[in-house]
Ligand binder design. Structure first.
Ligand code: SF4
Ligand code: SF4
Length: 468
């Protein structure tokens, strides 16, 4: 296991004299400058002059940029523009996410959606057809592929024929607009061999849930009769790999797995062998309440063991990340209103929030953003409601104002949410500490690599990167 990590807010301080989000941290012989998506280092004696150049009026986004100070300014302007677009932009979906049914063949101890073992409400095929036609038209306008996602609210692959029918509707809508379809399914992996084969050939990417060594996985992710599910999940992973399907693993980190993350990572790298691993701290909701979720006091432990797990995966040539903070992307909370995602749930309503799977709850929380118009039969997006939700959900909490991580952070989502009237204000908690510390560690690791290239004589002067 690596060194213990303390999740202090941030040692990156805003650079004064500019309104752009550019930050500085001094370490050893160099200063690191950071703007969202760009990190640059320079020897300490030259850092004052470099910092001065960051206070010059920035070029416009249309200007050509030279040098790392210009690139830092450009990246900072892009981040500000992206945040404005989240709040004020028009919602033009390019991804259709379908929660096919609130029904599952497993009984995970922590599930935030709490699905039923029995047939439950299902998504209507006419709604899928209308939403697919609308999404395909936007994809055509934007010259983007159509992302078709089968996810959540239970196990999406349970009723194969319905998935096939939905997929056929999506493929026809995309073909009519001449756009490519990219197909993703998130599955629990408890499938017969023949269905795993079908999945491998029908989807471009499969996200497979696995919580690691048998004692942990089978305790957390049992079948409804209490038997473990890991042997079936491993068989599914083997079939997907053998059939050449792209495979990602998703692992939920609970209190039981908190200090076992390196061991979990080893297990997944060896037994599941995915291309990418996602470790997610357990979400509050459904079967998890704040008493069995991870607490702020456990943030340091989470980060220490997460970084150890990441180092293990790196040794296997596998990327391990967590969705709360992705330094390579500009992003805020997971809300669909910021991501051009139409997420249909049983009851045939589009939800602004991935965590809400029941139409009644979605309406009660004001999170409905679209549905089929009964007169025209077309899918109608409620742009006014989307604008209002985006204003409400994008408002940066006061604690985030000077934070170096604020353009790559889901904040306390999905554990606490401004949509929930009992949470009128976001308080910094477990997720804030974890996300800032993980981004900080990744930036430090990158800065150290850049500095070793300078010391090795490969580079001189300011040296930076836009890849994390
Ligand atoms: S929990 Fe709230 S902040 Fe998170 S995705 Fe849902 S609506 Fe957005
Ligand atoms: S929630 Fe995110 S952006 Fe806000 S202070 Fe914490 S790490 Fe920074």
């Amino acid at each position: 296991m690596g060194q213990e990590v303390r999740t202090e807010r941030s040692a990156f301080e805003p650079v004064g004299g500019t309104s752009l989000p550019i930050f500085r941290r001094d370490t050893g012989g160099y200063a690191a400058f950071y703007a969202p998506g760009c990190l640059c280092i320079i020897e300490l004696p030259r850092a004052v002059q470099f910092e001065q150049s960051l206070r010059q009026p920035p070029p416009t986004l249309a200007d050509s940029i030279s040098g790392w100070s210009g690139e830092l300014q450009r990246r900072a302007m892009l981040a500000v523009a992206a945040a404005d677009a989240w709040r004020e932009g028009t919602f033009r979906p390019e991804c259709l996410t379908l929660y096919m049914n609130n029904e599952c063949n497993m009984s995970c101890s922590y599930c935030h959606t709490d699905p039923s073992p029995r047939p439950a409400t299902r998504l209507d095929l006419e709604a899928i057809d209308a939403a697919a036609k609308m999404t395909a038209a936007y994809c055509r306008q934007k010259d983007r592929p159509f992302y078709a996602v089968f996810h959540g609210g239970g196990e999406p692959s349970l009723h194969r024929q319905r998935v096939e029918t939905a997929m056929a509707l999506i493929e026809r809508a995309a073909a009519d607009q001449d756009v490519e379809v990219v197909r993703y399914v998130a599955t629990n992996g408890l499938l017969p061999e023949e269905k795993a084969n079908w999945l491998a050939h029908r989807f471009d990417l499969v996200g497979l849930s696995c919580d690691g060594p048998p004692d942990l996985h089978d305790a957390q992710r049992p079948r409804w009769d209490g038997r473990g599910s890991l042997s079936a999940v491993e068989r599914t992973a083997r079939i997907l790999r053998e059939e050449g399907c792209h495979l990602h693993a998703r692992t939920t980190i609970t209190r039981a797995g908190l200090r076992r993350q390196a061991e979990i990572s080893t297990y997944i790298c060896q037994q599941i062998a995915p291309e990418e691993i996602h470790f997610e701290p357990v979400y509050v909701g459904g079967r998890t309440d704040p008493t069995n979720a991870l607490s702020t006091k456990e943030a340091d432990d989470f980060v220490t063991h997460f970084l150890a797990a990441r180092a293990v995966a790196t040794g296997y040539g596998i990327r391990l990340l967590s969705s709360g903070s992705r330094p390579g992307e500009l992003h805020g909370p997971h809300c669909h209103v910021f991501r051009d995602v139409i997420n249909l749930v049983p009851g045939d309503v589009a939800t602004a929030c991935f965590k809400l799977t029941e139409a009644t709850e979605i309406h009660n929380k004001g999170a409905a953003i679209g549905a089929v118009d009964q007169d025209s039969g077309r899918f109608e997006i409620d742009q006014g409601q989307i604008r209002a939700l985006a204003e409400q959900l994008a408002a940066p909490p006061p604690q985030c104002a000077g934070c170096f991580n604020r353009y790559h952070c889901t904040r306390e989502c999905p554990d606490t949410c401004l949509l929930d009237s009992s949470n009128p204000v976001w308080e910094p908690g477990f997720r804030c500490r974890v996300q800032a510390a993980i981004t900080s560690a990744i930036l430090q690791e990158t800065a150290d690599r850049l500095w070793s290239e300078v010391l090795g004589g490969k580079r001189q002067g300011a040296h930076g990167t836009t890849t994390f």
